[in-house]
Design a protein around this ligand. Structure first.
Ligand code: HEM
Length: 456
């Protein structure tokens, strides 16, 4: 990678492996300001990290040149199945065309009804003074919403819980398969649990797909829409492809949205003045009810809190691509085969775009001319430039931009407002949040919170 700036601190053989392993976010921070394209080395592998938003945009919008190939995606597909979110250029358009209609805006109000129902069950089940782990609670919520949105009434509560817990074991195990495939093949109890969960998961999903096929026409859930969808060759998805799409949708949608909610909760607990203002908004708008589609336009501050949480702690924090042919990026020539990394975490804290970038300030997302109810007028609105247009990318960009962006945003806003309308969270331990796990999704390992019931 001649010509790129080399990141300092590489050790013989290991390269930047240790700092990346110890504290990947700090490592990403250290690359900012070194150049617009910075070369790093992890053992024998070399990567180019894109530090400039305009170049990141060029990478994300050209899937043909910067494809989802290479060892990371090969392993992801092996561990988690191949659906639209991991498809390569050769197959992506077909899959995207088939999946897209199920996410059309006109279906959102229906999905919001599922969100309202599942969120109501969660917030109605807590006890005053109870200590919960928000990471677990939010993951339980978003997986159950995703499963219900997919399979609606064909899923009785016991089956839904079996499916949800199989998915949880499957997801955790997939991370081992992804990171350490040879460890994943050993006859260890954890691997046996993973294989059993995977078998149970696929059998149950296949059975649900068959039931949907048998009852065509009377369902209005995501699965029914996927069964109806056709590519431009007139062909739909086979049952095996549908099974993979279900897993990939849950992986793409459930842990990311639960991470967004968990980070929003963490930021609110550590910024009491904003927590008070958001709680006041949810109290005023919901009056103790669970939020539904019609409430969304009035939850303006809650939406800005989610937007700012996605900036500071983007659940998808690193998007890898591989150059499939020689390409030009800015002043650089990128040889074919170069692995390129776009880090949303790095871009979202660019001080040239976001003033005081490490500060949690939902006021930076106020519409022009409006002032913030929760704090003094901010001087932190993103600066307008070609850089700033491409610097905020929690949902990616280009042809692979998140299909579930509106779904996830509605879900996060409705769930956060519903929790805060009834409960006041108090953070008990912030250590795990200060050193998050950075796997496919960036997330604290735990977030213990005490819940106090709000007077209605
Ligand atoms: C806050 C929550 C979410 C975040 C931060 C997020 C982020 C992302 C990002 C960055 C990508 C682009 C990946 C790439 O370019 O390689 C993506 C793709 C995708 N997301 Fe999301 N996502 C979220 C929620 C959801 C939800 C709820 C769903 C579905 C219900 C979903 C479905 C998808 C799908 C299907 C893709 C693949 C799109 C494609 O490759 O054409 N996501 N998401």
């Amino acid at each position: 990678m001649a010509g790129f700036v080399q990141a300092p601190g590489a050790q013989p053989l290991l390269g930047h492996f240790l700092p990346l392993l110890r504290d990947p976010l700090r490592f990403m921070d250290s690359l900012r300001g070194q150049g617009d394209l910075v070369a790093i080395r992890v053992g024998p592998l070399r990567f180019a990290v894109v530090c400039d938003p305009v170049l990141a945009h060029e990478v994300l919008t050209d899937l043909r040149t910067f494809d989802r190939t290479g060892p990371v995606y090969d392993r992801t597909r092996r561990a988690m199945g191949s659906g639209v979110a991991t498809a390569t250029y050769a197959d992506h358009r077909r899959q995207r065309l088939i999946m897209q209609p199920a996410f059309h805006a006109r279906h959102l109000a229906g999905y919001a009804e599922v969100m309202r129902h599942q969120t109501g069950t969660l917030v109605g089940g807590w006890q005053d003074g109870e200590v919960v782990d928000m990471v677990e609670e939010m993951f339980r919520l978003t997986t159950s919403i995703a499963l219900r949105a997919l399979f609606s009434t064909r899923l009785d509560p016991a089956d839904a819980e079996k499916l949800r817990s199989a998915f949880e074991v499957f997801l955790r195990g997939s991370y081992t398969q992804l990171a350490l495939p040879s460890l994943g093949r050993l006859p260890l109890p954890a691997n046996r649990r993973y294989q059993a969960a995977l078998r149970q998961w696929r059998t149950q999903v296949r059975d649900l797909i068959a039931r949907h096929r048998g009852a065509a026409g009377d369902q209005h859930d995501l699965m029914a829409r996927l069964l109806d969808a056709r590519g431009d060759d007139g062909e739909g998805l086979t049952d095996e492809e549908l099974c993979d799409q279900v897993a990939v949708l849950l992986i793409a949608g459930a842990e990311t949205t639960s991470a967004a909610l968990t980070w929003a909760m963490y930021l609110l607990c550590t910024h009491p003045e904003v927590l008070d203002a958001v709680s006041a908004e949810s109290g005023r708008v919901l009056g103790g009810a669970v939020a539904g589609w019609a409430h969304l336009p009035d939850l303006e501050l809650t939406a800005r809190v989610i937007k700012e949480a996605l900036r500071l702690y983007p659940p998808s924090w690193l998007l890898p691509r591989t150059a499939t042919r020689e390409a030009r990026l800015g002043a650089h020539v990128v040889p074919s085969g170069t692995m390129v990394l776009v880090s949303q975490y790095l871009l979202h804290r660019d001080p040239d775009v976001f003033a005081d970038p490490n500060r949690f300030d939902p006021g930076r997302w106020l519409a022009p001319g409006r002032s913030a109810a929760e704090s003094a007028p901010p001087a932190t609105r993103p600066r307008s430039s070609s850089k700033s247009h491409h610097a905020y990318v929690p949902f990616g960009g280009g042809p692979t931009k998140c299909l579930g962006e509106q779904f996830a945003t509605a879900e996060a806003v409705l769930a956060l407002a519903s929790v805060l309308a009834r409960w006041t969270p108090q953070l008990l331990d912030s250590r795990a949040a200060r050193k998050p796990d950075c796997r496919l999704v960036m997330l604290p390992r735990h977030l213990p919170v005490r819940l106090a019931a709000r007077a209605r």
